[in-house]
Write a protein that binds this ligand. Structure first.
Ligand SMILES: [Zn+2]
Length: 570
């Protein structure tokens, strides 16, 4: 199907039939809750205010909003001022706009990776060939002649009868694993991926590098290197290189001793050479790894390296605000919005620029959330349930601020009906559609569909579902604890633009500006489409706040059982 054909204009008889086109698990469900107030009567979002907020937050003065920097102080102050001015209440029950998030910052100083085979050695250079770091909160970690094993995709998934380890003990060893899910061919049509395994084209959590590191820890590996390939990873090696800078983590009681000592990435070129040194062909191994019969390969080589670490503890902050619900009973229930305020701070110069301003990522989402809060404050009748606005820290360091919030929630998660996350907005004008990552995941998509319909727009599934975006922003921490989570993204069909425009702009952004100092406001930005999207998010939140039932995950969703348990199957 072409993209144009996938785009649904007319509402089919079964309103959810279009979802069924893309997902075999979704059937028609109960009618979506229509709004107590029509979309047309809900307040509009101000493009001027959004632009002004983005301009301020992404200015050089804010130094790229690194956690623990002066940029953080300025950001927290700015958000608190804006919220207070709009009459939004401090969201922490202690009467403040902040929740303290204790972080530890680790700056790795690694030696090159030395690989030995018999008497032969080869040194792999840090940054050019490998990028390594450690989560252990200690001064130094070492790999000493740790046996190297190629462990395929590093996946153990009983539901797919998949086990890349086949009983091999990799304790103390260093595993090399592939990024993404195993791409298993459909037996009926080998040109396509098997839709029954690992989500077909879509990425499951097994494909995320965070899973690979968690799995390595569970297996007791001493080291883990994920092979970087641009297309499966979804971003170029330069993005991975950025991970070799200071990294933050939550302060945990065991100081992360349970993690592999050394985690990291190896470039495609480097791993190809490494495999050659072991007498192996990387491409052949990779092809084998895409089958159930794959067995891990002991490479007959060892890896040695050390990382000295500079450590510091930093108190960062989530900014939390609320509009207390107007209904005496329902005000103890919550609808949350999240947007991460942090970005990468100051780092390596690119074209002479060292400030990673993060205008799109995520000054834009913060600006959108600010204006959603301002506008929700004006809606009459006022929301029955309490609206929470969480501007979380350290997303770029591994979703840490939102993890802290969901580990230590200020309001019970089982009474939090939904979370709506904004990470990046549409900066290229109005669209006829809205992308929903993981479309069909929960009842929130029904709310979205209803609101989109009132706007004369349609929903579409993630066109890049292979990149695993659902696992890459703050709502994921809420989903992991069962809270239904809505993760929207910009539409693709731009009004007055040729087909393919959206994809072209998006690809340009990913290759040039994503996590680069050039993520600035561009002269061609047009927030008209973002304002439409924001109004839709406002409508979802508001209508959930007024609804007579909790939104749920759809049957078959991976987070449903967690929620049902948390709610006691009510
Ligand atoms: Zn980012």
């Amino acid at each position: 199907m072409t993209r144009a054909k996938r785009y649904i204009t007319a509402m089919p008889k079964c309103r959810f039939a279009f979802i069924a086109l893309f997902s075999t698990t979704i059937a028609c469900s109960a009618p979506a809750p229509s709004g107590p107030i029509a979309m047309a009567d809900l307040p509009n979002i101000s493009t001027d205010l959004m632009m002004a907020d983005i301009r301020r937050l992404s200015s050089d003065e804010f130094e790229g909003r690194g956690p623990g920097t002066n940029g953080e102080s300025l950001t927290v102050q700015y958000l608190s001022e804006q919220l207070r001015a709009a009459g939004i209440e401090p969201g922490n029950p202690d009467g403040t706009f902040t929740q303290r998030v204790p972080l530890v910052g680790l700056t790795p100083e690694p030696t090159p990776l030395v690989v030995k085979r018999g008497t032969r050695t080869r040194q792999f250079e840090i940054n050019d060939e490998v990028v390594t770091f450690s989560k252990h909160v200690v001064d130094e970690v070492k790999l000493e002649n740790s046996e190297l094993v190629f462990a395929g995709y590093g996946v153990q998934a009983t539901e797919f009868q998949w086990d890349d380890l086949k009983g091999m003990d990799v304790k103390g060893k260093t595993i090399i694993v592939l990024v993404n899910d195993p791409p298993v061919a459909d037996p009926a049509n080998p040109a396509e991926l098997d839709a029954k395994l690992f989500g077909g084209k879509a990425m499951t959590y097994y494909g995320r590098w965070t899973y690979k590191y968690e799995k390595a820890a569970e297996l007791g590996a001493a080291g883990v290197l994920v092979v970087h390939e641009t297309i499966p990873a979804g971003y170029p090696f330069s993005v991975v290189q950025g991970m070799g800078r200071e990294r933050f983590d939550l302060v945990t009681p065991d100081k992360n001793a349970g993690r592999a000592k050394i985690e990291g990435w190896i470039s495609l070129e480097a791993v190809t050479e490494l495999m050659k040194m072991a007498g192996q062909d990387y491409q052949k191994l990779k092809a084998l790894a895409a089958t159930r019969d794959f067995k891990p390969v002991a490479l007959g080589m060892t890896a040695s390296m050390s990382i000295k670490q500079k450590m510091r503890t930093v108190d960062s902050q989530n900014v939390v605000a609320k509009i207390t619900g107007s209904d005496a009973t329902l005000r103890d229930e919550y609808v949350a919005y999240t947007a991460h305020w942090d970005h990468l701070g100051v780092g390596a110069a690119v074209d002479g620029d060292t400030i990673y301003n993060g205008a799109l990522d995520n000054a834009s989402g913060v600006a959108m959330l600010l204006d959603i809060a301002r506008q929700l404050k004006k809606v009459k009748p006022a929301p029955k349930r309490t609206m929470l606005f969480l501007f979380v820290t350290a997303e770029e360091q591994g979703l840490l601020g939102s993890q802290y919030y969901t580990d230590f929630p200020l309001y019970p998660l089982e009474k939090t009906l939904a979370v709506i996350n904004v990470d990046g907005i549409n900066q290229w004008g109005r669209t006829r559609d809205l992308t929903v990552i993981g479309l069909g995941a929960s009842d929130l998509d029904d709310y979205a569909l209803e609101a989109a319909k009132e706007q004369g727009r349609a929903l579409r599934p993630d066109p890049e579902s292979e990149k695993g975006f659902y696992y890459r922003s703050d709502h994921f921490n809420f989903a992991k604890k069962g809270v239904p989570a809505f993760d929207p993204d910009a539409g693709i069909e731009f009004v007055g633009k040729p087909e393919g425009y959206g994809k072209q702009k998006r690809d340009e952004y990913t290759s040039k500006d994503y996590h680069a100092p050039s993520d600035n406001i561009k002269p061609d930005w047009d927030l008209g489409g973002a304002a439409d999207d924001a109004k839709l998010f406002l409508a979802i939140g508001y209508r959930v706040a007024q609804a007579d039932r909790f939104p749920e995950w759809k049957a078959g969703n991976e987070f449903k059982s967690i929620r049902d348990k948390a709610l006691g199957n009510r």
